[in-house]
Structures are given as C-alpha cells and as structure tokens.
Ligand binder design. Sequence first.
Ligand SMILES: Cc1ncc(COP(=O)(O)O)c(C=O)c1O
Length: 398
Amino acid sequence: MRPVDVARERAQTVGVRHAHHLNSAGSALPTVAVVDEVVAHLRREETEGGYEAAAAVAGRIEEVYASAARLVGARAEEIALSDSASTGLRVIVDALRLDATSRVLVARSTYVSHALHLLSLTRETGAELVVLPSGPDGAVDLDRLERALTGGPRDVVCVAQVPTSSGLVEPARDIGALTRRSGAVYLLDATQSVGQLRIDVDEIGCDALVTTGRKFLRAPRGTGFAYLRGDFLDRLTPVAPDVRGAVWTGTHQWTLAPTARRFETWESSVAGRLGLGVALTQLLDRGVEATEAYLTACGARLRRGLAAIDRVTVQDPPASRSGIVTFTVDGLGSDAVSRRLAVRGVRTVSVPASHGQWDLGLRGVPAVVRASVHVYNNDADLDALLGAVAEIARGANP
Ligand SMILES: Cc1ncc(COP(=O)(O)O)c(C=O)c1O
C-alpha cells in the first residue's frame, strides 16, 4: 500500500491555503481538477446548450457509474446517481411500501433527515419503529439486534456506518450477517464512510447503500449515489418514477428501467456528475486503503491530543476509529467553541442534538464540536486545532 502523499494532495487543493479545514464531514475541499471539470462543463453548456453538452459527455457520465461501482464492489447497473444521500434513501424507503405489518429497526447512528422520514412514514402507515440499543462501545448491540429480528423482509434495518455526530464506526458486516440470516432488508447509510473507509457491499451484505458526493469523496455539492443489489432492485417499484427511470409505453402503461436507474430523475447537474467522476477516479488512484489508514491515524491523534487538554471531553464512544472527532469544552457551548476556532482559522462545526436525537439526544449531550480530517490535512492543521482548543479551554475569548 502506497501511503497518502499529503504534500501532493495539498498542492492540488486550493482551500488549504486559506484555513485549517477540518470539516470534511460537512463538505470537504475539492481538488483543482474536480473544480476545473465542473467549470469546463458549465462553459460548454454556455456555448452549446445543456442537452447538446450532455450528449457530448454521455460516455464520461457512464464512467461515473463504473467508478462508483468499483469503489463499493458493485456492478454499474446497481448504481443510481442522485443529488444527495437523503434523496437516495428516501426513494428506496418509499419503494418498500411500508405498512402496518412492517418493522423498521434503526440504529442510534441514524441521520436526522432519514430519522424524520422514517418517523413520519411509520406514523402514517402504522409500521413499528424500533430504536436499537447500543452496547457499551456505542455501536449497535448485535445480540439485541439478533433478538429484535423476527425473520423475513417485513423487518427493515437502517444503520449509518459512521454517524454525523461522532467518530463511531458501526459493525456493518456483523449487522449484515444477521440481516442475511433473518431475511431482513438492510439499508446502509454510508454518507460519512464512502471515501474514508474501504467498503465492499458484498462483504457487508447490505441490500442498498446511499452516499453523498461532497463529504469524503471530495466531489461537488448536489451529487451522490446509491447502490441497490440486483435482486433487491427487482422487489422495488419507485413511488414516483420519472422519465429517466421509466418509459411511458401507452395510455395506461409504463415500464421501469431494468437497472438502479429506475430511481433517478431526468434533471441533474451534469457538471456536478462529471466532477463526481473526477473525484472518484482520484480517490481510486490514491487508494482507499491508504486513505482509510491516514484518516484513521489522524482521528486517533486528535482524540489523544484533545483528551490531554484540561476542561476538554472527547465525546466519541469507544468504537470510534474514523476521521471524525467530537468533543466539548466545559462551561462553553459547542457553537461558541466552533466560532472561536473559526476566528483562529480552524474550521469545524457544532453538531446539535437535533441532528441526532437517537445519539446525542439519548446520551444527554446538547451539542458537540466536530472536527473531521481529510488527506489534505497535515500535522500543522491538527496542531492548530489542538493549540486553539487549549487556548479556548483556558478561557480565551473570542
Ligand atoms: C450520516 C449522514 N447521513 C446522511 C446525511 C445526509 O446527506 P445529504 O445531505 O447528502 O443528504 C448526512 C449529512 O451530513 C450524514 O452525516
């Protein structure tokens, strides 16, 4: 494995010259090549027109499916491009047609938008919603999950591999082993893990996976993709097929696309998708294993450094090993800490409990400061965070 060349990554990332950007879990810095690709396509649309420009790059858009599939160990037909992870999961969940006999088993790591969708759907349909307990390490309690599964596809298990609110990594493969054995549907939200952890959908055993472009993939905003396992796809009928996902064949007839594209919409940012393609290629060239090793090591270093600062509490549960690190400062709201860090040129975010009631809310933590690394972050970035947090914890204001 060739280690990440941080100097090279920094040389191709304009944003590193402006601040210590520790917010890849929000939206990472793209490379120059990604931005150039997007801008070039917008220029092409300006001169040729949107449809003509799209036709000219149709072959390159096909390559985006192939790269996304390669990244997660899938086939290109099993990939649907979307504008976000939330849209990706919503259309899949809607296609499951939950009813009063369904049971939705959610991990505490579930993201706010997915939770709100599942809460409203289960309320409307009478389906049961079960918030799965976590074990002492903060991850899904596998024994309790096994006992909660009743057997068969009326059980739908929904897990975020890495949540928005901590560095936790859920045991995605172990969960997959249990859902496979019981026949439950397994939906994996890999929004915070694709691009930072090695993922193989067959090893994990999920039926569907969703992710977004702007985070660890370093792709443009408004991009994302979903994976739908071939034989799972056959069981899904989109609630609202679009001209992209179906052909209207007669007055009352239509046929769905045979591939995951039945979940796509006609309208999309072609420029953004081309940018996603470049970001995927760059990640595959850099190496997912090397990326994971680097981000994991940076995350561990930050957790150790933060734990050594007086009045600072690392809020990550024991099963945290990703490049996302969360913490609080005694006596100071996380919003204020994040703002004071920004004044010092360190970009983080404050994640409130309203973004994760089943995680932060149930833990009784009103908000955490979240720092998240990427391959362009160097020692100076990590030291800048630790130094600034120490100063703020000593009472520096702003
Ligand atoms: C774990 C997790 N899942 C899903 C999402 C939603 O992604 P998107 O905004 O692309 O829909 C986020 C966004 O922060 C997230 O952190």
